[in-house]
Design a binder for this molecule. Structure first.
Ligand code: GTR
Length: 332
């Protein structure tokens, strides 16, 4: 190919050669990246994403400039996942919950009590199993460069503290967009309502919902704590999140810029995880000060027990994922 171009060039008049040299010398068009974020300013993920965006601009010397759009102003999460897959958005921080309907493997991360602890989740996601999830995401045009923390999600509601599964009976609970969560709440005897995050606050205040489930920072930053009286530490879900780049945006980068951006994404996840710990403590204190009653759940095994049919159904439908579940369970 190259030899041919040179030979053709040799036959062109000098002016054309000069003109085309000028074209080659022109600065490469800068990429203006738009990033999706569901959280408000000050939230650990937001701070880390903004630091990422700034570092990308600096380290690529302006070849890529990135801007983060907070509070889901670019669309709710399922919609933003599609926009990033198509390259309409360039990067995002996605929770693996709403990813399940698109990247089936990631449903494994939404199985209740799949991880023993946040540390266990980190070990799994930072190792070879995390790479397997990244490969599955890449097949759907999402390049996962690092994993963010999302703590443990617990149930909260307007009616009563939850100590046993019986306490969930009849409660209308909002879940993220994934059938697994509907099965999970129904297995506890509650009524599950999949709903966009941004609609939950109003639904709690108007009684459309009795409750929802989330980690401390989101429970606080979404103001859901103002609408409910009880936060019960069921800690039923520990779901990682990605810093994901649209495949089209990723492939448009030079090798050098890919390396820079990957490094910055890893730094962003380190920053996010550190901020997460502090933010969780602060949010816990804030909701306590506001009068929310927080209770430990002594008998978590009772909740886990009821998840057996959820696992059984999932494995029956996805037999090829059973070994992945086993690999996670046996990772220490
Ligand atoms: C948060 C998570 C968000 C979103 C939200 C929700 O913890 O960081 O990405 O999934 O929960 O409940 O919709």
């Amino acid at each position: 190919m190259q030899t041919k171009t040179i030979r053709a060039g040799a036959l062109l008049p000098a002016t054309t050669i000069v003109a085309s040299m000028m074209l080659f010398a022109a600065p490469v068009q800068a990429e203006d990246w738009r990033g999706w974020n569901i959280h408000p300013p000050g939230y650990p993920n937001t701070v880390a994403l903004e630091a990422f965006a700034e570092a990308v601009g600096e380290k690529t010397e302006g070849r890529v400039t990135a801007q983060v759009y907070n509070n889901a102003v670019l669309g709710d999460q399922p919609d933003a996942i599609e926009q990033t897959r198509s390259g309409a958005l360039d990067f995002a921080n996605f929770n693996m919950g709403p990813m399940g309907p698109i990247v089936n493997e990631t449903n494994v991360l939404s199985l209740p009590f799949i991880f023993d602890s946040v540390d266990h989740m980190h070990t799994v996601m930072d190792g070879e199993i995390g790479d397997r999830f990244a490969e599955a995401l890449a097949e759907k045009n999402l390049i996962a460069l690092s994993w963010f923390d999302s703590g443990a999600r617990s149930l909260y509601n307007t009616e009563r503290p939850i100590h046993t599964p019986e306490d969930v009976q009849g409660l209308k609970i909002r879940v993220m967009n994934n059938d697994l969560y509907v099965n999970m709440i129904e297995a506890l005897g509650g009524n599950a309502t999949p709903m966009a995050y941004g609609e939950v606050y109003q639904s709690l205040t108007t009684g459309v919902l009795d409750g929802a489930e989330n980690n401390y920072p989101s429970f606080e930053s979404s103001n859901h704590y103002e609408a409910v009286g009880y936060y019960s530490l069921t800690e039923h879900l520990i779901i990682p999140e990605c810093l994901c780049i649209a495949k089209a945006s990723w492939e448009a980068l030079s090798d050098e810029d890919q390396t820079i951006i990957e490094e910055e994404a890893v730094k962003a996840s380190q920053m996010q995880r550190e901020l997460w710990v502090k933010s969780s403590q602060e949010s816990r204190q804030k909701v306590l000060d506001a009068g929310v009653e927080i209770n430990e759940v002594e008998d978590k095994a009772a909740f886990q027990e009821l998840m057996q049919p959820v696992y059984a159904e999932f494995i029956a439908e996805n037999p090829e994922l059973e070994s992945l579940i086993d690999d996670i369970r046996t990772t220490e």
